[in-house]
Design a protein around this ligand. Structure first.
Ligand code: IMP
Ligand code: MG
Length: 182
């Protein structure tokens, strides 16, 4: 079982559900008027985006973007690569950009900049988690679910080597998981 690989639950399911509702209320205050374009960064944003969107009872469209910066380990590679071309039609739109976690900040910075270059009228960013640390890039999310310490976490969309995204909570893996599978 997956749960057996977890050493500690950092944020449990009910707490996440409540917080997602609160974040949605804040977003609704900032996005008025025309339709929202929600852009989720694959694959980490999937779970958060799905729950958050269902708390936004307004007209919106959902798009996804594929970028890579991690390549499977627990350390950021420092390079953000756009994997499926920049084909989103964002010109003149108000965009809510969603990611699972703000770590070095490189991913969110790079994606936000290119959405603005592509003509988005406004880009606000939402992350489930923000690691409290020095950022490699000048970037902060407009909406943050939870601030956490600088440790590697999984669950609620976040993976280790592609796994554990389906844990309904955010947790920390046992050391031995990295030793055997890393
Ligand atoms: P950044 O570009 O360094 O801010 O990294 C953001 C991306 O790295 C996220 O979208 C995650 O996919 C991944 N990441 C960063 N920290 C963690 C973590 O603790 N667990 C799982 N993935 C992480
Ligand atoms: Mg990842």
């Amino acid at each position: 079982m997956m749960n057996e690989d977890v050493s500690k639950v950092l944020i449990d399911e009910e707490v996440i559900v409540r917080r997602v509702g609160t974040v949605a209320e804040k977003i609704l205050l900032d996005f008025t008027g025309e339709e929202i374009l929600v852009v989720g960064i694959l694959k980490g944003a999937l779970v958060f985006m799905a729950d958050l969107c269902r708390r936004l009872p307004v007209p919106l469209q959902i798009e996804t973007l594929n970028v890579a910066s991690y390549h499977g380990g627990t350390q950021s590679s420092g390079v953000v690569e756009f994997l499926d071309g920049k084909s989103l039609d964002v010109a003149g739109r108000q965009v809510l950009l969603i990611d699972d976690i703000l770590d070095t900040g490189r991913t969110l910075r790079a994606v936000k900049d290119s959405l603005l270059e592509m003509g988005a009228r406004k880009v606000k960013t939402a992350v489930l988690l923000s690691k409290v640390k020095e950022r490699a890039e000048e970037v902060n999310a407009d909406y943050v679910g939870f601030e956490i310490g600088d440790e590697f976490v999984v669950g609620y969309g976040l993976d280790y080597q592609g796994r554990y995204r389906n844990l309904p909570y955010v947790g920390v893996l046992k050391e031995e998981v990295y030793e055997t599978k890393g």
